[in-house]
Structure formats: structure tokens, C-alpha cells
Design a protein around this ligand. Structure first.
Ligand code: SAH
Length: 220
């Protein structure tokens, strides 16, 4: 007799393998990033009706007019954050969504604090993450543009929603030697990498064109 659950998980792991090969073709070369993306079951974070598309390299709807980020963009941002062999360390994610990227970050970071402004979405992320029993993720309901001053400084900050400007509170919460990536802009967005120098300065680099949902103020 065929064990349906086992065959579903085998086919998910094959589909995930194909996603990793696709990311390699797009020149994602960091093995730690690819390994983290290979460990997280993306199908467990999307609605059941979309599970068969979970390993396509595309953003998928999450409800609440939000989307789970495209695998290539998750990988690309992570690669920028760890370039040169830098550890992620204590990491703040703004925009938990379904919790997928938080799970990927947890494979590489010492601690992940992930903030989401929509309480119902955060409940869903909690439910998605629970069966994975990841010990180093903490989810917080709040406006991520304000960060978490009580927990700062962060070695790494990553935004999963696009702002028109760098939130000043987040710059203050980035440790010296820390890195932050965010989608910047409204109709035309780019990835912005910010490196906080050990002697205080901030270096900004604008990279790939991307398409993210907007960073919104307040909570709901
Ligand atoms: N990382 C997510 C992607 C979620 S999409 C994943 O892997 O699925 C971006 C998320 O950012 C949305 O859920 C949106 O509600 C949230 N968001 C937008 N503005 C925010 C803010 N100021 N603070 C916290 N979350 C915010």
C-alpha cells in the first residue's frame, strides 16, 4: 500500500531540489543559503490549494492582500547579508507574513525576531511554524518600522515590505558591523543594502529591481 503522506513529502522534497537547481542557475552560489532554502518546507506555508505551486519561483498570495516572497529574492537578500562569510547573528525580520522567510533565516541566524503588523497573519505564521519546532524564532505583533529597541542592537535587519525611505529607528538598531537589506521605493523598487561600518558610518548600495508589497504604518 502507498503511504500517501510519505509520498507527498517525497514529492515535496523533489520539487524543493528542483527549486534549488533553479536558484543555482540564477547564480545563487552560497551553499549555506541554498542549504537553508532546501531545509524549509515552503509548501507548509502556503494555502493547501496552492501547495502544488509552492516550489515555483514566484510570489504567492497569502490572504490579507499579502504575498509570500519569491524564493529567488529571499535567496538573493540572504546572500547579500552573508557575503564575505559574515554570520547573520541576532536578526530582525520586518514582515513575518506566513513565516516562511523567518524559518529560512532561523537556519542561519543565532536568533530571529520577526515582526508583523497584521495580528491575524501573525497567528497564521505561528500555526505554520509550530509543527517545525524551531527554537530560535520569536514572533512579535507590531509596526516593524519601529523595530524592537528593547532587544536591539541587531547584527542583521531584513525587511520583506517596501518602504519609500529607510526607517530611522531601524538604522539606530543596527549594530556596528551589521547589515540591513530592504526593498526601497514604490512603483520602481530596488534592493537597498546598508552596511554599518565598525567606525560608525553607513554605506548604501542599490541593487536589483524587485516588487514587494508596501511597508505600512501602524497595526491591525
Ligand atoms: N517574509 C514573508 C513575506 C511577507 S509579505 C514570508 O516569507 O511570507 C510582507 C509582510 O510585511 C506582510 O505580511 C505585511 O503585512 C507586512 N508588513 C508591512 N508593513 C509592515 C510593518 N510596518 N511592520 C510589520 N510588518 C509589516
Amino acid at each position: 500500500m502507498i503511504d500517501a503522506a510519505r509520498s507527498a513529502s517525497l514529492s515535496a522534497s523533489r520539487a524543493r531540489g528542483r527549486m534549488i537547481e533553479h536558484l543555482r542557475k540564477l547564480k545563487i552560489g552560497d551553499e549555506a543559503v541554498l542549504d537553508a532554502m532546501n531545509r524549509v518546507p515552503r509548501h507548509a506555508f502556503v494555502e493547501e490549494a496552492l501547495a502544488s505551486r509552492a516550489y515555483e519561483d514566484t510570489a504567492l498570495p497569502l490572504g490579507f492582500q499579502q504575498t509570500i516572497s519569491q524564493p529567488f529574492v529571499v535567496a538573493r537578500m540572504l546572500e547579500l547579508l552573508v557575503a564575505g562569510g559574515r554570520p547573520l547573528g541576532k536578526t530582525l525580520e520586518v514582515g513575518t507574513g506566513c513565516g516562511y522567510q523567518a524559518a529560512v533565516l532561523s537556519c542561519m541566524a543565532s536568533d530571529v525576531y520577526s515582526m508583523e503588523r497584521i495580528a491575524k497573519l501573525l497567528d497564521r505564521a505561528r500555526a505554520n511554524l509550530r509543527p517545525l519546532k524551531i527554537p530560535n524564532i520569536r514572533l512579535k505583533h507590531g509596526d516593524g518600522s519601529l523595530g524592537l529597541p528593547e532587544i536591539a542592537p541587531f547584527d542583521t535587519i531584513i525587511l520583506a515590505a517596501a518602504g519609500n525611505a529607510v526607517p530611522p529607528a531601524l538604522l539606530k538598531q543596527l549594530a556596528p558591523g551589521g547589515r540591513m537589506v530592504m526593498p526601497l521605493g514604490s512603483t520602481h523598487q530596488v534592493i537597498l543594502l546598508i552596511e554599518h561600518g565598525l567606525n560608525g558610518g553607513f554605506k548604501e548600495t542599490r541593487l536589483d529591481a524587485v516588487r514587494f508589497v508596501p511597508l505600512l504604518p501602524g497595526t491591525e
